[in-house]
Design a protein around this ligand. Sequence first.
Ligand code: KIV
Length: 289
Amino acid sequence: MENALINTYSTLPPVSLVSGRKPISLPRLQEMRAHNEKITMLTAYDATFAAVADAAGVECILVGDSLGMVCQGLPSTVGVSLDAMRYHTACVAQGVQRVTGASWIIGDLPFGSYQESREQALRSATVLMQAGAHMVKLEGGGWTTETVRFLTERGIPVCAHLGMTPQTVHALGGYRVQGKGDSADQLRKEALALQDAGATMLVLEMVPAALAASLTQHLPRCHTIGIGAGDGTVGQVLVMHDMLGINLGKNPRFVRNFMTGQSSVLDVMKAYVCAVKNGSFPDNTLHSW
Ligand code: KIV
């Protein structure tokens, strides 16, 4: 087993080539933003892919509850348990440590693990932080604000998530664009409240590009990370299986298959990092909502 792992990791660049990477921290992310350097985020769920993402220079690795779909074959993220998130977060943390240890790891709080009370959220966040996360992510606006404040006051960095929030797909009536028309104002208020409550990162999923860009200007202390939200955010995130072109379902139209023209997973991830940094991904013409 140990030999198999060594073989897998030995295909990565020698640590000496990538170890110059500065460890990612909240001050480092703020510094990148101040220098207009885009932040890259990618999901990963196991040690090997996390190690490759780390070697490719991905700044933030999201252990997303999308693992329900891509690892567990579930129809949505609703069935993912906290124990599954703990397990995959620990696997990712091990993988990152095997390479540079620099990537910032975000653990997704799954459905049902934070809705009941702020105390329940703290207990669940503690589980993910102790498994190796540096930050937790939770979905939703208004009602989550006090939970975000409770966690951040206790030293747990929080990434919020607005727009299309997959855990509430049934209430939203499907995977639909959010924040169009009158609902844009509501989304704006929620984003500002989350920043005031201490959220230092905000995933904006499937919202109009113009809204995401304008929110970014109004959230100096909270880094917006877009997915299907145009190119005006501080950073971008993709589900790894989508960008590798191995999504079992239909790829959303904002996804790019980065496998095209590449011969290794490491090169695919490097191409993603490069495209986000040089602004060639995302393509705003694919975000005309
Ligand atoms: O779970 C996940 O992968 C996510 C991304 C879609 C942002 O929340």
